[in-house]
Write a protein that binds this ligand. Structure first.
Ligand code: XBP
Ligand code: MG
Length: 268
């Protein structure tokens, strides 16, 4: 196992599996959140998810699940329609339309260092996959609007949304990505930004785990992650390391991920 090879450089892993929201891009506060609010307004609802409110609601992964939780726990007096599932699905469809329009308008760039690392991985023959809770079209559109239009095609596997029975923190979506890659956990490095994502990855035995914290997740507990940073970094702009170390790299590159991978698996 282990096998990505570029210019004679052998890495101990074959693939990188990325989360999307918070990891590839800072999508939640100024993307998903206003899109939910626009959908609520459009549907004539006076609900407003403020920045702190949304931070609390992020404990529930999945947009439809988040709306349902909000209704049941925060609006118990709301006269819920007979077909609550259809009502939530309609609201979520509206939300997705608003979110996609924001992406197409260029409102949400990739986080610093993401394209750099993806390019390095692609050049080295490291396979790329996604394991996310969000809706598949959100993923493809985010990637298409990244400034690298072919970016969706760089990912061999895009495991997203309702395709699995249980969303993060359940391990299902990472297990699906591993299955589609036909790789064991030891052959992969996972990249996440949230405690729910860490629990999901560890539940799939993805022990080589990098966390790039985002504004909403910086105070969460990432126990079990090998390396925690505040971003991937760019040349001349090193990230702040919150746990673990970059093993001599000034930023998160394949060499740093290789060291992380060896540290996580040791002689196991
Ligand atoms: C992301 C989510 C998603 C988005 C909204 O979690 O929880 O629900 O907030 O996306 P993760 P949808 O980064 O851990 O995958 O509305 O499309 O569900
Ligand atoms: Mg995330």
């Amino acid at each position: 196992m282990g096998g990505a090879l570029a210019g004679g450089q052998m890495y101990g892993f074959d693939a990188l599996i990325f989360d999307v929201d918070g990891t590839l891009a800072d999508t939640e506060r100024d993307g998903h959140r206003p899109a939910f609010n626009a959908a609520f307004a459009e549907a004539g609802l006076d609900w407003e998810w403020t920045v702190p409110t949304y931070g609390e609601l992020l404990a529930v992964t999945g947009g439809k699940e988040r709306i349902r939780y909000f209704i049941e726990r925060w609006r118990p007096d709301f006269p819920a329609p007979a077909d609550l599932d259809a009502f939530i699905a309609d609201l979520h469809r509206r939300k997705t339309a608003h979110y996609l329009a924001m992406l197409r308008g260029g409102a949400i760039p990739l986080r610093p260092g993401v394209l750099r690392l993806l390019r390095e991985a692609r050049a080295a023959g490291v396979r790329l996959a996604i394991a996310t809770t969000t809706t598949p079209e959100n993923v493809v559109t985010l990637l298409e609007c990244s400034g690298e239009p072919a970016l969706p095609d760089w990912f061999e596997v895009i495991a997203a949304g309702d395709i699995v029975p249980a969303k993060k923190p359940a391990p299902d979506i990472f297990l699906l990505a591993l299955d589609r890659l036909r790789l064991p956990p030891r052959a992969c490095v996972a990249v996440e930004d949230s405690d729910n994502g860490v629990r999901s990855a560890l539940g799939a035995d993805l022990r080589a785990l990098l966390v790039t914290v985002s504004s909403y997740t910086k105070d969460q507990d990432f126990d079990g992650a090998t390396l925690v940073v505040d971003g991937l970094g760019e040349p001349g702009q090193p990230p702040t390391v919150l746990a673990g170390d970059l093993a001599g790299s000034g930023l998160v590159d394949l060499a740093a991920l290789d060291a992380l991978h060896r540290q996580a698996w040791g002689d196991a």
